[in-house]
Design a protein around this ligand. Structure first.
Ligand code: CO8
Length: 258
């Protein structure tokens, strides 16, 4: 089993849990930590026994951003040569559904990591923001694009240009998070939600994720064609036969998850 320094991993049933674990830096995302998160997510993605992934932090901080101390003295050329932050593009390519369970600070790269997940469940103390402008930079893990798509231009611009932080209630009203729950039940709720996803066919869940994500990449007509190809391919799975047979036989479906 892989040993990690900045995250904890745990399989609970068909759900793979990744807990960011760098409390002394409020889970600031160093490069090494990013590679650990990707590696853990890819292990879960390759595992037919895992149907959903949950990424969480602590009650104080999901993640307070990319690691400012690590980046502060880097040059543009160093970043370019290292393809800095490309690890997060690879995380976005993980096909297993990912739920972000966010409490406390989700700032800068922390907010961006949460948005790379397929959806966010937020604790009532969650705070989202892209304060990079206060550091003399802009987001670099997709924040300008994903936040704008999530909450629209007005709020995204205001947050990005002033560094204003958004609380959990506003985040839910704005469409950034799927649901707000009490801090005490955040992990339990996120794990139960992930478990519900994992009880479905993994193949079909991956097809659904790919189809929804196509909405952000393409035109309506091409997106609908993508969806149509997706549903046709569902009919090639044993799980479609099982799901529909179970409905007609008035019993619970027993998906093979492949
Ligand atoms: N990086 C490194 N260390 C951090 C970070 C961070 N992002 N955030 C917090 N820490 C550290 C602090 O330095 C402190 O450590 P120490 O005691 O050793 O100095 C420890 O975590 C605890 O933090 P605080 O004492 O500041 O805790 P508070 O409760 O007083 O404040 C805050 C909490 C408000 C979250 C505060 O820590 C803060 O403002 N953090 C920075 C938030 C931020 O600006 N995030 C954006 C970072 S930049 C980014 O994410 C993307 C950059 C894109 C660049 C593009 C390159 C390609």
């Amino acid at each position: 089993m892989t040993q990690y320094s900045f995250i904890l991993t745990e399989q609970r049933g068909r759900v793979g849990l990744i807990t960011l674990n760098r409390p002394e830096a409020l889970n600031a995302l160093s490069d090494a930590m990013g590679h650990e998160i990707l590696a853990a997510a890819q292990v879960y993605d390759d595992d037919a026994g895992i149907g959903a992934i949950v990424i969480t932090g602590s009650s104080r901080a999901f993640a307070a951003g990319a690691d400012i101390k690590e980046m502060a003295h880097m040059s543009s050329v160093e970043m370019y040569q290292a393809n800095w932050f490309s690890v997060w593009d690879e995380l976005a390519r993980v096909r297993t559904p990912i739920v972000a369970a966010v409490a406390g600070h989700a700032l800068g790269g922390g907010c961006e990591l949460a948005m790379i997940a397929d959806f966010i469940i937020a604790a009532d103390n969650a705070k989202f923001g892209q304060p990079e402008i206060k550091l003399g930079v802009i987001p670099g893990m997709g924040g300008t694009q994903r936040l704008t798509r999530a909450v629209g231009k007005a709020k995204a611009m205001e947050m990005m240009l002033t560094g204003r932080v958004m609380g959990a209630v506003e985040a839910e009203q704005s469409g950034l998070v799927a649901r707000v729950v009490p801090l005490d039940s955040l992990l339990e709720d996120a794990m139960a939600t992930a478990d519900a996803i994992a009880s479905m066919s993994k193949t079909v869940a991956m097809i659904a994720k790919e189809a929804v994500n196509a909405a952000f990449e393409t035109t309506l007509a091409e997106g609908v064609r993508h969806e149509r190809r997706g549903i046709y391919s569902c009919f090639a799975t044993e799980d479609q036969k099982e799901g529909m047979a179970a409905f007609m036989e008035k019993r619970a479906a027993n998906f093979k998850h492949r």
